[in-house]
Design a protein around this ligand. Structure first.
Ligand code: FES
Length: 250
C-alpha cells in the first residue's frame, strides 16, 4: 500500500504548528498503524530529518498511551480499537490520512502528536483509590460481591485513560474518563467508605481542566474500550448526593 500522510508537526508546546506531507510507501496491509509510522520515521531519520513524535508503550490496547486523531476521528475509523491496534488493512491503497494530536485545552500539545495528559493523573490523585489497613493479603472471598456488581465494576475498570473521550468531545469534557474511574470503586463494597468524598473531589478537579458534558455521546463512540455513558449518569447522581452528604459531615 502507498499512502499520503499529512502530519501535524510542532517543535514544542509554545512553537507554532503546521501540517507536513509525507509518503508512506510499500506498507504491508497487515502492519499496524504504529509500525507504519515507525517505517516513515526510519525514512526521515535516514534523510537527517526529525522523526514524528508519537506516544506508545504496550502496543496492544492496554496502557492507554497511544492516541492520534486520524482523519478527524480519535484512534481512527475502527470501532473500539486503540491506535496501536489499528491495522493498515483498515485503509485503502492511495488514501490520504490526516494525523493530528488530541485537540483539547485540557491536553496541551508537547510535540507533534504527543500531548500532556497529566490532568488525568490529577483527577485520579484526588480520589481514585480506597484507603485500607495494611497487613497481609485478605482471603480472596472475604467480601462476597454479587456477579452483576463485579461485572459493572470491571466494565468501568476497562478504561485505559487514553483520552479519546476528551478528544472526541466538542466540549473537551472528561466526564466519561472520570465517571469510569469513580464507578469502578463506588460500585464495590470496598469503595463505599470514601464514596461521596471521592466523587466530589474527583469531579471538582476534573472541572479545573476540562469542559462540561452536554450529552453529545461522542465519548462513548470514540472509546476503544466501549465504556458506557451510563457511568456519567451514575457519577452525576453520586455528585448530587455528595454535595449534601459532605456538607452534613463537614
Ligand atoms: S500503546 Fe498501549 S494502548 Fe496503545
Amino acid at each position: 500500500m502507498n499512502l499520503t500522510l499529512r502530519v501535524w508537526r510542532q517543535a514544542g508546546p509554545d512553537a507554532p504548528g503546521r501540517f507536513e506531507t509525507y509518503q508512506a510507501a510499500d506498507i504491508s496491509p497487515d502492519s499496524s498503524f504504529l509500525e507504519m509510522l515507525d517505517l516513515v520515521n526510519e525514512g526521515l531519520i535516514e534523510q537527517g530529518e526529525e522523526p514524528i513524535e508519537f506516544m506508545h508503550d504496550c502496543r496492544e490496547g492496554i496502557c492507554g498511551t497511544c492516541g492520534i486523531m486520524i482523519n478527524g476521528q480519535a484512534h481512527g475509523p475502527a470501532s473500539q480499537t486503540a491506535t496501536c491496534q489499528l491495522h493498515m488493512r483498515t485503509f485503502s491503497d492511495g488514501d490520504e490520512l490526516v494525523l493530528e494530536p488530541w485537540r483539547a485545552s485540557g491536553f496541551p500539545v508537547l510535540k507533534d502528536l504527543v500531548v500532556d495528559r497529566s490532568a488525568f493523573d490529577h483527577i485520579v490523585e484526588a480520589g481514585g483509590y480506597v484507603t485500607v489497613d495494611t497487613g497481609s493479603a485478605p482471603d480472596a472471598n472475604l467480601i462476597p460481591i454479587p456477579k452483576d456488581t463485579a461485572d459493572l465494576a470491571m466494565d468501568a475498570a476497562a478504561c485505559i485513560g487514553c483520552g479519546a473521550c476528551v478528544a472526541a468531545c466538542p466540549n473537551g469534557a472528561a466526564q466519561l474518563f472520570t465517571s469510569a474511574k469513580i464507578a469502578h470503586l463506588n460500585s464495590l463494597p470496598q469503595g463505599q467508605a470514601e464514596r461521596y468524598q471521592r466523587t466530589e473531589s474527583m469531579v471538582d478537579v476534573m472541572e479545573e481542566y476540562f469542559g462540561s458534558c452536554t450529552n453529545m455521546g461522542e465519548c462513548e463512540a470514540a472509546c476503544p474500550k466501549g465504556i458506557s455513558i451510563d457511568f456519567i449518569a451514575m457519577m452525576n447522581k453520586d455528585y448530587r448526593k455528595a454535595k449534601f452528604q459532605n456538607r452534613r459531615s463537614a
